[in-house]
Write a protein that binds this ligand. Structure first.
Ligand code: TXA
Ligand code: MG
Length: 305
């Protein structure tokens, strides 16, 4: 299949492909997504085959309004309305009880559904013009770092999708915070730009984190797979003297180091792979450990998360 990369003025073509049941790649403020309309089961199945995604890993559904989200949720908790009004549109996905008409393929057979209203204007326009919520995982091959620009999405999906909308670099650069409101207590399933503390402040309630014990139930299927990993080995270094180079990411680049920040982390991983680096060293200064979202991605990339 020939892949066209177009600018957002050609959104009409994306709408047409989606209406015909062909998944396409679109920009969001977190990372690029590979989307399909949620009620087109054949199109949603294509997402799994294009990415090589395990079929037990559910997808996040993208909506363009709170009302659209409400049409997908059974038993709406007041905490959802409170948080959605505060943080949407934005990098926060909620796991909630799904209405029975949601296709099983979207939720990977779970009774719950993950929903997010992105803030990227192109993503919002696309969802509105298609007239349907879009199921969209990150637009990478399963296991690779999420793409944060059209070029990185094309590196993985060229020839596998009909269209990529180039909306420029994703502003946030890591995937959304995932919060479950379907468990007995609000549970943080994936840390992201919106922090646990910010959520707790609005909710006026404690948020729990899933137990890391190997015997604990898996609340979010995605967390059991190795993720965000470049080909190069990722080595986390806590002591500056132990850095060897040549490929070092650091929050305070000195000589020859590259900047470590959320927005460019995944693109730096891909750049390092293009240069065929064997090892990427990350200098974890003491402050980095206070950034739960960044630390989560670094640990996963190093194979320890
Ligand atoms: O920022 C984002 O959320 C991006 C952009 C494209 O919006 N999307 C994204 O999707 O990161 P994906 O598929 O790469 O990650 C979805 C995560 C996975 O860890 C998955 O297991 C979890 O959300 N998830 C989805 N539905 C769930 C559910 N019903 N229960 C628990 N976890 C769920
Ligand atoms: Mg992903």
């Amino acid at each position: 299949m020939k892949t066209e990369i177009v600018d957002p003025s050609k959104i009409f073509f994306a709408v047409q492909w989606l209406k015909k049941g062909e998944p396409i790649v679109f920009p969001t403020e977190t990372v690029y997504g590979l989307g399909a309309p949620i009620f087109n089961v054949t199109a949603v199945k294509k997402i799994f085959s294009i990415k090589g995604r395990p079929s037990d890993n559910p997808l996040i559904v993208h909506v363009s309004s709170i009302d659209e989200a409400l049409s997908l949720i059974d038993e709406v908790p007041p905490s959802f309305l409170l948080l959605a009004h505060h943080f949407w549109p934005g990098p926060l996905a909620f796991v909630l009880k799904a209405k029975p008409h949601i296709p099983q393929v979207v939720s990977a057979g779970q009774p719950t559904i993950a929903i997010r209203m992105p803030s990227h204007p192109v993503a919002l326009q696309l969802i509105r013009e298609v007239g349907s919520p879009l199921a969209a995982p990150s637009a990478n091959l399963s296991g690779k770092p999420s793409p944060t620009c059209a070029k990185d999405a094309a590196e993985d999906l060229e020839g596998k999708v009909a269209l990529i909308i180039d909306g420029g670099p994703s502003l946030i650069g890591i995937e959304s915070t995932v919060l479950s409101l379907a468990h007995s207590e609000p549970t943080l399933l994936r840390p992201g730009q919106i922090t646990k503390k910010e959520l707790e402040e609005v909710l006026q309630q404690k948020i729990v984190e899933p137990s890391l014990s190997p015997d604990a139930p898996i609340l979010s299927p995605g967390t059991k797979y190795r993720h965000y990993a470049p080909q190069a080995a990722v080595r986390l270094v806590y002591n500056r003297e132990e850095l060897r180079g040549p490929c070092i990411l650091s929050r305070f680049p000195l000589k020859g180091e590259k900047l470590l920040c959320k927005q460019t982390l995944f693109s730096e991983f891909r750049e390092a792979d293009r240069r065929k680096e064997a090892v990427i060293e990350i200098y974890c200064d003491p402050l980095i450990e206070t950034d739960a979202a960044l630390m989560n991605r670094l640990l996963k990339a190093s194979g320890r998360g």
